[in-house]
Structures are given as structure tokens and as C-alpha cells.
Design a protein around this ligand. Structure first.
Ligand code: DC
Length: 222
């Protein structure tokens, strides 16, 4: 199997780049952020206070079934048999996902799912700790980032396209909260692997970013 690890902070363009590159190579795109989001969605639906009730989150895992389905629309998230893909991109779920990702048992629970998928498919797996802890032996490791302002603008545009109205300054603030929490948590923080290739997309167009990623993958699979 060919495994590509793609890490970086939120809004760096990882998922759109990874989706396109996966299509080009015929690989499966695996969005691990969507898995944390799905668990956060369930916890929020059950009115669990993620930050102050981590034990309730851990017991929730025992009665949770999370599956991924591949479809023409991309990766579908199936939570306890229901397709919840359309409900996990709200600002509340984004914050909840960053909060839930701090809980070690949640990361362990998802690690199994992530490694099983990587063993089954040639894939591009996108996340925060793929190159450092989920797939330390990945064939290609890329760390994608962009300035906080560039990332907030992209996220703001994406939210508007989904009909979610939020001030740009608020989106930037949310992003800084998540950046800080994702990089400072104790277990598997967002960190570039020593052997990853660094790619700053602040001044790159989408096509240029995709080309850079594809060039890096080509070098390895040839
Ligand atoms: O990539 P995203 O914005 O969908 O991720 C949502 C949150 O999940 C993010 O704030 C941090 C967490 N996450 C993580 O801790 N590890 C991953 N591999 C992927 C996401």
C-alpha cells in the first residue's frame, strides 16, 4: 500500500488539495478530522460538556460505531448507522472536535480505525498527527500550512458558501483557539514530522498547491 501523510493546521487547504490529488492518483482520501468531528457531533447532540466531562465522552465511545463510506461525493461519515456528513462542519462542531481531540482515549480509539484503513487502501490521509504518530512509516509525509490570515479568509469563504454567516474576525479568533489547542495538547500535538516536506500555500493558487503535492508523491511512487 502507498500511504501519504498530510498534516497541517485548520484551513491550510489540506482537504481540498488531498481530495484532488487522491483523484489524480486513484487513491482513497481519508479525512481524519471528520472522524474527530463525528465524535464531537455525537457528544454535543447528547449534551455532554466535552471539556468538563471527559469521562462521559469516554463512556460514549463504548456505544459508538463510526464508519466511513466512499461515494461520488467523497468520504461519508456514518455514525451509528446514520449519514451525518452534512452536520459536522458547523463552528460548534469545529470547536468540539478540537476539544475532544485532547482526550487520550479518543485518540487511541481512532488510531485503530485510522491504521486499519491505511492498511487496506493506497491513501492520502489528512490530519494533525498522521506523519508523527498514526503512520510514522508513511511513504510520503507533507506538512501544509499558510498564514493564519490566509487560512481564516479561506474558512470564512467556505462557511459563507454553506450559508453560515460569521464575521471574519470571529473566524480568525476561532482558528487561533484551535491552532493553540491542537499544537499544545500533550498527546500527539500538531507537529511537523522530522522527515516531512514543508509546503506553505499562503501565496499559492489551488492548482499550484495540488501540483506541488502531486510532484512530491510522484517522486516516491516512481
Ligand atoms: O481538520 P479538521 O479541521 O476537520 O479537524 C478538526 C479537529 O480535529 C482539529 O481541530 C483537531 C482535531 N484533529 C486531530 O487532533 N488530529 C487529527 N489527525 C485530525 C484532526
Amino acid at each position: 500500500m502507498i500511504n501519504v501523510a498530510l498534516d497541517g493546521p485548520s484551513g491550510a487547504g489540506k482537504s481540498t488539495i488531498a481530495k484532488r490529488a487522491s483523484e489524480i492518483f486513484g487513491f482513497t482520501y481519508i479525512d481524519t478530522g471528520a472522524m474527530f468531528r463525528s465524535l464531537a457531533y455525537k457528544a454535543l447532540s447528547e449534551k455532554i460538556q466535552i471539556k468538563s466531562q471527559p469521562q462521559s465522552v469516554v463512556s460514549m465511545l463504548e456505544r459508538t460505531n463510526l464508519d466511513i463510506k466512499r461515494s461520488e461525493k467523497g468520504q461519508l461519515m456514518i455514525l451509528d448507522g446514520k449519514d451525518i456528513t452534512d452536520f459536522i462542519r458547523t463552528p460548534e462542531v469545529s470547536k468540539g472536535a478540537s476539544d475532544i481531540a485532547v482526550i487520550p482515549q479518543v485518540r487511541e480509539w481512532l488510531l485503530k480505525v485510522e491504521r486499519e484503513l491505511a492498511g487496506k487502501y493506497d491513501c492520502i490521509m489528512d490530519g494533525r498527527d498522521i506523519g508523527t504518530s498514526v503512520l510514522p512509516d508513511a511513504d510520503v509525509k507533507i506538512f501544509i500550512t499558510a498564514s493564519a490570515e490566509a487560512r481564516a479568509k479561506r474558512r470564512h469563504r467556505e462557511l459563507l458558501e454553506k450559508g453560515i454567516e460569521k464575521e471574519l474576525s470571529e473566524v480568525l479568533e476561532d482558528m487561533k483557539y484551535r491552532d493553540a489547542q491542537d499544537s499544545q495538547r500533550e498527546v500527539s500535538p500538531l507537529k511537523m514530522a522530522d522527515d516531512a516536506i514543508f509546503l506553505d500555500t499562503s501565496d499559492l493558487s489551488f492548482e499550484e498547491s495540488v501540483n506541488s503535492v502531486c510532484d512530491l508523491i510522484r517522486k516516491v511512487i516512481n
